[in-house]
Design a protein around this ligand. Sequence first.
Ligand SMILES: *Cc1c(COP(=O)(O)O)cnc(C)c1O
Length: 427
Amino acid sequence: MTTLQDCQRLDAQDPLRPLRNLFDLPHGVIYLDGNSLGVCPKATPARVAQVVQQEWGQGLIRSWNTAGWFQWPQQVGNKIGRLIGARAGEAVATDSTSVNLFKVLSLAMTLQAQANPARKVIVSERSNFPTDLYIAEALCRERGWTLRLIDAAELPTTLGPEVGVVMLTHVNYRTGAMHDMAAVTADAHGAGALMVWDLAHSAGAVPVDLNGADADFAVGCGYKYLNGGPGAPAFAWMNARHATRLGKDLWQPLAGWWGHAAPFAFTPEYQPAPGITRFMCGTQPMISLAALDCGVDTVLAAEPLGGMAALRTKSLALTDLFIQLVEERCAGHGLSLVTPRAHGQRGSQVCLSRAEGAYAIVQALIARNVIGDYRAGDTQQPDILRFGFTPLYLGFEDVWNSVEHLRQVLESGEWQRPEFNQQHAVT
Ligand SMILES: *Cc1c(COP(=O)(O)O)cnc(C)c1O
């Protein structure tokens, strides 16, 4: 049996422990929702204030040059690139995940339409995050393609000669299940399809090697494990081989002036900028990019301590411990583990299901300052209690305490109180 003292000992021995000091965690809060909205880094308020007061307030329009604003999307993109196996110039921080997905997916469809016009099917998972499916469906309607939704296990058998693009989220937002990126990408390519990955629950959470897997396109989120703040710019990635091969002919559908090779030439003809820069559309949000930059820096701060590999080791230790303690200390309360036990198939979160009361249990935990979240089920999937583990700012004692609160909430029946059973707009 693991004890509270064991957990405290693990924290004392944890080489990543100092990284917690990079954040402004509210006192007494155990934050298990960094997979939805990361914690505010200590550096962010001053940096944002500096952008507003000095760079905008005093520098005014000169700051596009003097503060280097114009290059921030690529600079932050390159920093994110270090976390996802991108080469310099392959990733850009811009727009939202949904908008970036529209751009990369549309371009992947165009590439297939030129090379293999008979391939008119996008394959994705039924359990993918809804916005990904809506964007794919919208593009299919526009282009006369079909969106084929499958369960993960059906993937190998569904890749026929009609499939143009496989679009998957690497770590599932509901279950925390993780795909083998290299193997799935190889299967997609073997079947003649292009591979698009959504890294919303991967970037800053698990090691990712897009070039190692030889993927085609990827998008990901800035406000989850990258701690960029609410509505932070997302990112887009494209394998350099596409830009190298197609150059000027490679347009994304939102071909705005910021993606032009020479925006300030103001020419009437569009000519895409080299590399990933062409994935920008219009003027970029500098205040938000400054906050995202601070967030990405908190993840890069782990580089001297072993980087994503060290974060992954700790993340697995935290999620292993959470699973073990829930099974030891909350047994008999109807909770079942939804997230895969196998390390190779698990992201940085643990999801539990319960036939009744999942929403109310999460509310009762939040009232005790243990913040996780709830995702509703449907006819195929149960309601879920979702707990994200960000190794940058969570420790082993936090895991112990969160399970102890969960045990008390279940044992006392406290979750049955009416105030915990009223649903809010944002869950
Ligand atoms: C969080 C998330 C998104 C969010 O998209 P937005 O455009 O930022 O709202 C998209 N896809 C996945 C898989 C996500 O987990």
